[in-house]
Design a protein around this ligand. Structure first.
Ligand code: IPM
Ligand code: MN
Length: 373
């Protein structure tokens, strides 16, 4: 066996295990058609891990994640009400996701905002705006800013309760994510949208200064500066103007969810979280407790996260493309799941059956490619 990879599987909560069950099938199909082996190791993570192991990110999961080649993570968390059964610091966001990001310093978060021409009916935007589909790469800084800054609560000298939350970046934290963004722009249309709020925030003024320095190393890339509030409008009015976008953590959290709205569902947005030594891959959405256990959640974002892993962690570019193609063909055949907005003549299938169709398309694509070469 020329290549063998070990992957930690963190199925997560609510719809997590349902969509993960479909995603892991992809590894088996690739193994059947290529000279590669994947060893998958299931690990407790999230709210379910808190109930079974007393920790949202148990030590045994940390140890496994430390030694694997890549991590595939499902959505985690419970409904607002259910979360109250867990102490705040062990709730899935603070107790599992943020510590995972911090542990592997996954500073560059890739969120592809993609709709093929045949998928534009998912978007709530008018056909004249969205008709050619969408292909944007949103790059979000993931381990700095308000998310990880010092936090303080107390009572001030006037007897009033107050809160203080700090936004801190050093120049290297900004530079490293900007380098990733410029490098992606070079591989694509050489056009980078820098999203900031320098008319108000000094952190954005500093971010933009560092951007000018990094830009000097990528003179072929055209940079367009756009205020984050204006970017929110532009994403609705003319999303086709964007190719690669880069922004700090909090802006990226909000704009990527808005982009999910433009796609028609965050269920159509996988993501990659890349650190210097380790990467993990996850859907950009939450665990959707309202539809858990119903076998109706679309596994696109989870399977797309496997595609991103194949490409970014294992250099399997062609296989990753085949996975994307396999999923898009299911939609092109008029098949969808009940959680997505559908055109009136779509055939609605369950999570499992959607997975069956992706697997069967993928087998066909990998077989044909082998015959062609
Ligand atoms: C995301 C999520 C997370 C974030 C939450 C669950 C901590 O919303 O990945 O966008 O805010 O980063
Ligand atoms: Mn978010």
């Amino acid at each position: 066996m020329s290549n063998a990879y070990k992957v930690a599987i963190l199925a997560g909560d609510a719809i997590g295990p349902e969509i993960m069950a479909q995603a892991v099938r992809i590894f088996g199909v690739i193994e059947q058609h290529r000279d590669v082996a994947f060893e998958l190791v299931n690990c407790p993570f999230g709210a379910s891990a808190y109930f079974s192991h007393g920790k949202a990110f148990p030590d045994e999961t940390k140890n496994i994640c430390d030694e694997v080649d890549a991590i595939l993570k499902g959505p985690v968390g419970l409904s607002h009400e259910e979360s109250k059964r867990i102490p705040i610091d062990e709730q899935a966001e603070r107790g599992a996701i943020l510590p995972l990001r911090a542990r592997y310093n996954t500073f560059a978060n890739f969120r592809p905002i993609f709709l093929s021409e045949n998928m534009v009916h998912f978007s709530p935007l008018k056909p004249e705006i969205i008709k050619n589909g969408l292909d944007i790469l949103l790059i979000r800084e993931l381990v700095g800013g308000l998310y990880f800054g010092k936090k303080e609560r107390g009572t001030n000298n006037n007897g009033l309760r107050y809160v203080k939350e700090t936004l801190e970046y050093d120049e290297e934290q900004i530079r490293q994510v900007l380098r990733v963004a410029f490098a992606q722009a070079m591989k694509r249309k050489k056009h980078l949208h820098n999203i900031h709020k320098s008319n108000v925030l000094v952190s954005s003024v500093f971010w933009n200064e560092v951007l000018d320095e990094v830009h000097a190393d990528y003179p072929e890339v055209t940079v367009t500066h756009l205020l984050v509030d204006a970017a929110a409008t532009a994403l609705c009015l003319n999303p086709g103007q964007f190719d690669v976008m880069v922004m700090e953590n909090m802006f990226g959290d909000i704009l990527s969810d808005q982009a999910g709205g433009v796609l028609g569902s965050l269920g159509l947005m996988p993501s990659a979280c890349i650190g210097p030594e380790k990467a993990y891959f996850e859907p950009s959405h939450g665990s959707a407790p309202d539809i858990a256990g119903k076998n109706i959640a679309n596994p696109y974002s989870m399977i797309g996260s496997v595609a991103m892993m194949l490409e970014m962690s294992f250099g399997m570019q062609d296989e990753a493309q085949a996975v994307w193609r396999a999923m898009q063909s299911v939609f092109e055949d008029g098949v969808s799941t009940a959680d997505l907005k559908t055109s009136k003549d779509s055939q609605i299938v369950s999570t499992d059956v959607f997975g069956d169709k992706v697997v069967s398309n993928l087998k066909g694509l990998l077989t044909n490619e082998a015959e062609a070469s």
